[in-house]
Design a binder for this molecule. Structure first.
Ligand code: 6PG
Length: 259
């Protein structure tokens, strides 16, 4: 008989989507400040989709972040030009980079996927950039200081979709990942890169994610069906920022989990 798993340690629940965005932005600001006390550069891997928009918009106004010591990379991208409505680069550009530029601020480095190129070429180019920073650090896999991820209602994260070929990738850092049913191709970093990070924050909001999140947290492990479950093996490094709607099917929440 299966015994439902307990929640991981780092689960924080905000009462609204707005409070989630504010709490996550403050959290990220603190992470960046702490990292920059330890090292010269803070390397961030950003999430796409819609949930992070409000977080990035708040970070654009964060007075304390030393953006000139931060590098921004993307965990995944759609195979579209950078000005396309579906582009994750465009979303970050609109919510963060342009508002920063408007106040004369720019990150030390911004490394977008060249997603306007053929998928395998774009993936190879991004992997070359990732390998270069790994080699410079004497590593095979680059170690990001902070990784921000989301979760789809199907349990995917980045563009590591259920039963997609990229889930099994244990050597390459970035790949073109064909979606099932011929729904096109996405560009994504792989688990080795995510699992090497110092810190990972997962941002999940909305009632449409509640049942999937409960299955991820409490249900049997099935990394092909629910890829984001792979993060459950990294309790110390992973923090889950949820809004109340996304968390409503979870059990075992206490006041300690309240943002
Ligand atoms: C993307 C993201 C993807 C996203 C989830 C959640 O390119 O869409 O990287 O992994 O984080 O699909 O998306 P929402 O935040 O829009 O719900």
């Amino acid at each position: 008989m299966f015994i439902p798993r307990e929640l991981p340690t780092g689960v924080l629940v905000a009462e609204s989507r707005d409070a989630l965005a504010s709490g996550a932005a403050e959290w990220i600001e603190g992470v960046v400040e702490e990292e920059l006390e330890e090292r010269s550069t803070c390397r961030l891997l950003l999430a796409g989709g819609q949930t992070p928009r409000a977080v990035y918009a708040r970070l654009a106004d964060a007075p304390e972040i030393e953006w000139d010591r931060c590098e921004l990379w993307w965990g995944d991208e759609r195979c579209v030009p950078p000005d396309h409505a579906d582009s994750n680069f465009r979303m970050v550009n609109e919510t963060l980079l342009q508002p920063l530029a408007a106040r004369g601020v720019a990150p030390a480095r911004v490394v977008r996927w060249l997603a306007e190129r053929p998928p395998h070429e774009a993936a190879a180019q991004y992997e070359a950039e990732l390998s270069a920073i790994a080699t410079a650090a004497g590593r095979l896999v680059p170690r990001f200081d902070f990784v921000l991820l989301g979760m789809g209602a199907d349990g995917h994260t980045a563009s590591l979709f259920p039963r997609s070929p990229a889930l099994a990738e244990e050597y390459r850092l970035a790949v073109a990942n064909p979606l099932r049913g011929g729904q096109g191709t996405r560009l994504t970093v792989t688990w080795p890169l995510i699992e090497a990070a110092r810190q990972v924050t997962v941002l999940i909001a909305g009632a449409d994610k509640a049942q999937t999140l409960a299955a991820v947290m409490h249900g049997p492990l099935d990394l092909e069906r629910l890829p984001i479950q792979r993060l459950l093996g990294h309790d110390e490094e992973v923090t889950w920022f949820l809004d109340a709607d996304a968390a409503r099917a979870l059990s075992g929440l206490t006041n300690l989990n309240r943002l």
